[in-house]
Design a binder for this molecule. Structure first.
Ligand SMILES: C[S@@+](CC[C@H](N)C(=O)[O-])C[C@H]1O[C@@H](n2cnc3c(N)ncnc32)[C@H](O)[C@@H]1O
Length: 234
């Protein structure tokens, strides 16, 4: 009987010992190395594939948009028609939602093959596998001239370069929606949501007008500076 009680107590004792026994330096080092190796394995095996040819400064990690973020992005596209493109489509959630809301074709460009597979799986599970398209392509190399509805959720560090690509390729009737991070130099025509779920819409036509005005103002102020300098020297 007493023996049985000892057995029952054994796991508790082991747990108590585990709880009270302080981790030595060796234990801490083992945990640190183990965590480091796990993070490295996840990075190399799951997150890194596809990025080998992309310069380090343009690499953006995968973070899925929240449900609220997807809702805000899609509400900024309300009233628009035609196709929709997600640049860096991750697990495909925005593309799938765009298809559900009637955008055709709904296309995602994604470098990471695991995410392309996951997106296809989600689309298949939802019964829309034939209606959406996830392409394993580098977004910097995609020709966007025919796109009218474009969404992005990328790191702030790449958005200023992307501004230039979009401005060069998109037509005036295109609408760009950025999730979580706004474009640094553009003026949004509408904003939805707050905090990390916020989304910004940019009309390309309005954007071009803002840029022209900005350039005109800069040219005017340069001219004024030149005139002031000239007056000063006479
Ligand atoms: C922050 S996640 C956003 C995922 C998705 N759009 C969403 O809102 O849930 C950015 C995605 O862009 C992809 N990505 C980054 N650089 C890319 C590139 N050059 N070409 C294609 N996809 C890229 C990443 O793999 C990642 O899945």
């Amino acid at each position: 009987m007493a023996h049985g009680m000892d057995d029952d107590d054994a796991p508790n004792e082991a747990l108590a010992e585990f709880k009270t026994k302080p981790l030595g330096g060796w234990g801490v080092a083992q945990i640190a190395v183990g965590t480091g190796l796990t993070v490295y394995a996840v990075w190399v095996g799951i997150l890194q594939p596809g990025f080998r040819k992309v310069p380090l400064r343009l690499q953006v990690p995968y973070i899925p948009a929240s449900k609220a973020q997807v809702d805000h992005v899609m509400s900024l596209f309300k009233g628009r028609k035609g196709g929709l493109v997600d640049l860096g489509s991750g697990d495909g959630r925005i593309v799938l939602e765009a298809h559900r809301q009637g955008f055709t074709p709904a296309v995602g460009y994604e470098l990471n093959p695991w995410l392309v597979r996951l997106a296809n799986f989600h689309a298949w599970r939802a019964g829309h596998h034939d209606a959406v398209s996830y392409r394993r392509e580098d977004l910097w190399k995609v020709d966007l001239t025919e796109c009218k509805n474009i969404t992005v959720f990328l790191a702030p560090s790449v958005l200023s370069l992307l501004q230039k690509k979009l401005q060069n390729e998109l037509s005036d009737d295109a609408l760009v929606v950025a999730g979580r991070f706004p474009f640094p130099d553009w003026t949004p025509c509408r904003i939805e949501g707050h905090g990390v779920n916020r989304a910004w819409a940019y009309s390309m036509q309005a954007q071009r007008q803002h840029t022209l005005k900005k350039n005109d103002t800069l040219t005017d102020s340069n001219l004024n500076n030149e005139l002031t300098k000239e007056k000063g020297s006479t």
